[in-house]
Ligand binder design. Structure first.
Ligand SMILES: C[S@@+](CC[C@H](N)C(=O)[O-])C[C@H]1O[C@@H](n2cnc3c(N)ncnc32)[C@H](O)[C@@H]1O
Length: 289
């Protein structure tokens, strides 16, 4: 019998954490009860911890309804989504026809199949809506777009059997976290400059006040004995917000930026409510303050 495939993110999402994954895995507590990821996006850390056998139970949340619906559809009836995707041809004409369909007019499995198809075949592979909430990314022209990776969709569905999915703002998602649980926050990053405003994943950005509220929730969870870890950009504002906690500065490759001059490696911070030691080769990613 061949081994079952291990789940990986099934959507490419702005702010995806794949580049920093090794650091995050090593900075996470060794053992914890329930895992919380309230800014789920592509869920890179959830799937990575799952692959290492470290997830017993999880609470996964995001404010984006379409995204949470996608996870729900896979959790409850992955085969229905696969049946729809299996019928979709890879062509530019079909792409534009599907793009024009109003997702909210479709039943769940079709809505989610549409999202996966567009995400995997669109230019740059990024789900992004314009100000009117419309998906308007052009066709991508790939040799082998992998929207038919059904083995992975089934592996994702298996992993999600251990999860509760919540469509809500972060503070609601973590409200019942207890001592010994682990919360990982990966919010839309605080912009490095006024023009670097790539924080509008869904409609409505995540402003200064949201960052302050998040820091308060972080503090409150830590005081309750919850293990808390957070990623953010390395700015004076963020370092000040978390000055009472462990701040590790790391350098990660960044690819998503409309301004090519800003596409190089940038520093980020990893804030933890507990001390962290990066071992071996991971230490190279660390930037000394
Ligand atoms: C940086 S992305 C997460 C990236 C993800 N960890 C990954 O690996 O792909 C941030 C996510 O936060 C969500 N979000 C924005 N504001 C939120 C809020 N107030 N509460 C919960 N989620 C929010 C966005 O919909 C987006 O999916």
């Amino acid at each position: 019998m061949t081994a079952q495939p291990q789940p990986r993110p099934f959507l490419k999402w702005a702010g995806g954490k794949t580049a920093l994954l090794e650091v995050l895995l090593s900075a996470a507590p060794r053992e914890f009860h329930v895992y919380y990821e309230p800014f789920l996006g592509g869920g890179a850390l959830f799937f990575a911890l799952y692959r290492q056998g470290r997830i017993r139970q999880a609470v996964l949340g995001d404010i984006n309804r379409e995204l949470i619906d996608a996870y729900r559809a896979l959790q409850t009836d992955v085969e229905a989504v696969i049946r729809v995707l299996d019928q979709y041809p890879y062509s530019e004409a079909f792409y534009y026809t599907l793009r024009e369909v109003d997702p909210w007019s479709l039943p769940l499995a079709e809505r989610v199949a549409r999202m996966i198809y567009l995400n995997k075949t669109c230019y740059n592979g990024l789900y992004r809506v314009n100000r009117a909430g419309k998906f308007n990314v052009p066709f991508g022209r790939y040799k082998n777009p992998n929207y038919k990776d059904f083995a992975n969709l089934r592996a994702v569905a298996r992993a999600l059997q251990h999860a509760r999915l919540v469509c809500a703002s972060f503070e609601e998602v973590v409200a019942d976290a207890q001592a010994g649980d682990f919360v990982y926050f990966d919010p839309p990053y605080h912009p490095l400059s006024r023009t670097a405003r790539f924080t509008e994943y869904a409609r409505g950005g995540f402003g200064r006040e949201d960052q302050e509220k998040l820091a308060e929730v972080f503090r409150e969870l830590a005081s309750r004995g919850v293990w808390v870890m957070l990623s953010n950009s390395d700015t004076p504002f963020i370092r000040e917000l978390y000055r009472d906690f462990t701040i590790t500065r790391v350098r990660a490759p960044r690819f998503i930026n409309s301004n090519p001059a800003r596409r190089g490696p940038q520093t980020e911070v990893l804030v933890t409510s507990y001390p962290v030691r990066l071992e071996g080769s991971l230490r190279q990613m660390r930037v000394d303050a």
